[in-house]
Write a protein that binds this ligand. Structure first.
Ligand code: FES
Ligand code: FE
Length: 441
């Protein structure tokens, strides 16, 4: 079936409607690597919803830009000469050549490398003699400059996080994020944050959704897949990922908050005043007990405060952001950012960098474990496409367990006691199914 085969598409929608059943804790294996599911996702999910593109500290000056991807489309995220952040399709209006061929930089205008059409930093086609080479000779009738404006996405920011969507109307970014904002504040809003270096990128032969749902909802795997942490003596037991809360804040987002039972906060005392200025009382109380936090903003933006570990006698963690960038049904480009408080003490910055490279990065020990699982699951899914019968996966952990009463936890959403649950994964698939079956016509 091609994406233009309407009868085949109807069959695919019916199959999704019938078999993707998070209410019963059942998800069929074909949804991971079926090329037609992937084509539907590019159109109805990545073509419409809010997507994370980068952090504001990556483009500090007028003219700064970075190149990112929405779905499979290259986009320029840039600050105009008026300092406003805009997002453009990285494609010339003449024949579609990429305007920015580098990953990042600073510029006052975009000049196409093919025939030389030139655009200003606000996406406007420049004036006569500037916009097109030999314009009077090549276009004696003149050019309709307005129709040559770069295609522009809707762009909004939250606490320094830059998002964009191709949907002309629909929910605002705040509406899309909803209650997950309270938790995002703990990682990117607690202080003025800045990215450390450029984002790391690597390719994993997996479907993009396997890591996204893992970070949204799967604390259970840590006791087995990451048991090395306990064996190396870096934490006390393999159950380091169990104590805390499993949280479904709605919207397909999901997270887990791990807590410790010590009296003192693990975060540096030097930053306490800044945290107090930026967080409310409930957030401060949560931060004081926090020993790890993992989550995913629907559909593919992950945030992480890894479990604190001891380095050089100090407890340390880092802040990380990730995008699981689809690059085909069974191929994902991982984007990973490490962030730190701009005014943090030097020891926290230095040990945090070490922690980041040792645990979660292309060289990280956690990533070695996780990648092997996601890759093998993807191969299972590829092979299962040829099975005559549906192959259901088990998503029933915590089914029927009620959330805690609101008085038990200061944060919003459905909050479950203990991190071992698959509630957030079930919500993820409810929202995912709704997006795929909503054709927008
Ligand atoms: Fe850009 Fe021709 S493709 S000027
Ligand atoms: Fe993991």
């Amino acid at each position: 079936m091609s994406r233009y085969d309407l009868r085949g598409r109807q069959e695919l929608e019916d199959r999704i409607r019938k078999t993707v059943d998070p209410e019963q804790g059942r998800i069929p294996m074909f949804v991971y690597t079926d090329p037609d599911v992937y084509a539907l996702e590019l159109e109805r999910l990545f073509g419409r919803t809010w997507l994370f593109l980068g952090h504001i500290s990556e483009i500090p000056n007028p003219g700064s830009f970075v190149v990112r991807t929405m779905g499979e489309e290259s986009v320029i995220v840039g600050r105009g000469d008026d300092s406003v952040v805009r997002v453009f399709l990285n494609a010339c209006r003449h024949r579609g050549m990429r305007l920015a061929c580098e990953d990042f930089g600073e510029t006052t205008m975009w000049r196409c490398p093919y025939h030389g059409f030139t655009y200003g930093s606000k996406g406007d086609f420049l004036g006569t003699f500037m916009g097109a080479p030999f314009e009077k000779v090549a276009y004696p009738e003149g050019l309709d400059r307005d129709s040559l404006h770069l295609l522009e996405a809707r762009c909004e920011t939250y606490r320094g996080l830059i998002f964009a969507t191709w949907a002309k109307d629909g929910p605002s970014l705040e509406e899309h994020l909803g209650d997950v904002r309270w938790y995002l504040d703990l990682i990117v809003g607690r202080a003025e944050m800045e990215v450390v270096g450029v984002p790391e990128k690597w390719v994993v032969p997996t479907n993009w959704r396997l890591p996204a749902e893992n970070f949204a909802s799967d604390a259970y795997h840590t006791a087995t897949a990451h048991s090395f942490l306990s064996r190396l003596g870096m934490v006390k037991g393999v159950d380091f990922g169990r104590d805390g809360y499993h949280i479904d804040p709605g919207g397909g987002h999901g997270l887990g908050v791990g807590v410790h039972f010590d009296d003192e906060s693990y975060f540096p005392a030097e930053l306490r005043e800044e945290y107090e200025r930026n967080l409310d009382a409930g957030q401060l109380a949560t931060l004081a007990r926090l020993k790890n936090m993992h989550g995913n903003v629907f559909p593919n933006f992950t945030f992480l405060i890894p479990n604190f570990i001891e380095i050089e006698g100090r407890r340390v963690t880092g802040a990380m952001l990730r995008v699981w960038q689809p690059a085909g049904p069974n191929r994902t480009q991982v984007w990973a950012w490490h962030l730190v408080e701009r005014d943090a003490p030097e020891w926290w910055k230095k040990l945090g960098r070490r922690m980041y490279t040792q645990t979660f990065s292309s060289s990280g020990m956690f990533d070695q474990d996780d990648t092997e699982n996601w890759e093998a699951q993807t191969r299972t899914s590829d092979a299962a496409l040829y099975r005559p019968e549906e192959f259901d996966l088990h998503y029933a952990m915590g089914l029927g367990v009620p959330p805690l009463p609101e008085s038990e936890f200061p944060g919003p959403g459905d909050v479950y006691d203990g991190k071992f649950s698959e509630s957030a994964a079930r919500s993820y698939y409810r929202v995912w199914r709704d997006h795929l079956l909503e054709d927008g016509r």
